[in-house]
Ligand binder design. Sequence first.
Ligand SMILES: [Zn+2]
Length: 495
Amino acid sequence: MPYDEALERFEPVLGLETHVELGTASKMFCACPTTFGAPPNTHVCPVCLALPGSLPTANAKAIESTIRIGLALNCSIAEWCRFARKNYFYPDMPKNYQISQYDEPLCFDGYLDVEVNGQTVRIEIERVHLEEDTGKSTHMGGATGRIHGADYSIVDYNRAGIPLVEIVTKPIPGTDRLAPEVARAYVTELREVMRSLGVSDVRMEEGSMRCDVNVSLMPRGASEWGTRTETKNVNSLRSVERAVRSEIERQAGILAGGGRIVQETRHFHEDTGTTTSGRSKEEAQDYRYFPEPDLVPIAPDFAWVAALKTALPELPRLKRKRLQQEWGVSDLDMEAMHNADAIDLVEATVSAGAPPADARKWWMGELARRANEAGVPLSALRITPDEIARVCAMVAGGALNDKLARQVLEGVLNGEGSPDDVVAARGLQIVNDEGELSAIIDQVLADNADAADKVRNGKIAAAGALVGGVMKASRGKADAGRARELILQKLGVSE
Ligand SMILES: [Zn+2]
């Protein structure tokens, strides 16, 4: 059913479960390194392979990071809690259980405020808990990369045991037609909170942050929530938004046709923007949770938690509000910079000495255009905030105009060196030598005698063509204002 019609008839309720791999040096319960991209099964040991007799030890840094995440999300921190065994068989999990947390999460009852279309939406957080990641299965020989139709599967345990934080929202009603945007804004904001805390590299494309999106619909005016589906491991911000939209359209179509929604997990497909059915959850799984007997309970010291709270960095939303005031930009401009992931880049450029308006102009204009053309984020462009600040300074000092500055940026992006290198190598300095400029003007006046006569006879508008001729002859390096002054002076007229 088309989105607009679906929203006329039904109200969506969202829920988001986000997994974040912590950027600790070692795994959650052993000393194996956690670096991404190592050859398969080289970051393993008896503990994370669950060999008989091996015993886990909790990673203190991971516990600290989880508490800091909880504090940043306005959660209460448990005075005492335990790890729990979640028992199930899966080939990428050598223990045949996962060490997780069950009814005693480390952090609970928080919230995160996000901005959508200038509105503040409060997302309530149910819990933040700590667990270990599984290994990674790769299914070979099939068309889809999924287990169905595969010839065989291989397993890499490097990821098994990497500390994983799960952040679960309470059900989110009332977002109405903004549901897809709210979901995206929440995951975006959460990612920025993680970044500001420095607890994870939150690279969705590498799987260090992944999101399960729950959606249910209820008929308008109903009081009881519908059956939800859970779309697993959505791995980009854009896909979060698309997954919500596509589930709303799909479920509305089924409900309107008199069908019912099956409680199940679903897979999101980037190519079509739709979801397909995964595993049915109609029969509740019994994971036989029980307190993990190989680990001591966690009882964070009050004073330590208070110190962690005091030491939290300025959180992204407050920082944006402060920068917006300092830079004097509108809500819309700020939101545009936020959506383009440009705020840190503009801030660094301003720190390097550029006026905020100039820094914003280049990042959101020329550079955004080039990033868009290349299909990469702004931060992936091969140019630094320092280099942008240098170009701004050259424009402010009169050595470059905007047109030349764009050529300098192009040179830097092409790997031709620093802005100064590019100016020198390409000869891009504005012509400041009056003698040189005067000679160019004389030539242009001689070549355009008709236009020159018109100006002499008082038709000053014709001077525009002459200035254009000077800019062309100087290959854009003349100061157009000064050229105009000299042309009028030479032709004996004044404005
Ligand atoms: Zn290990």
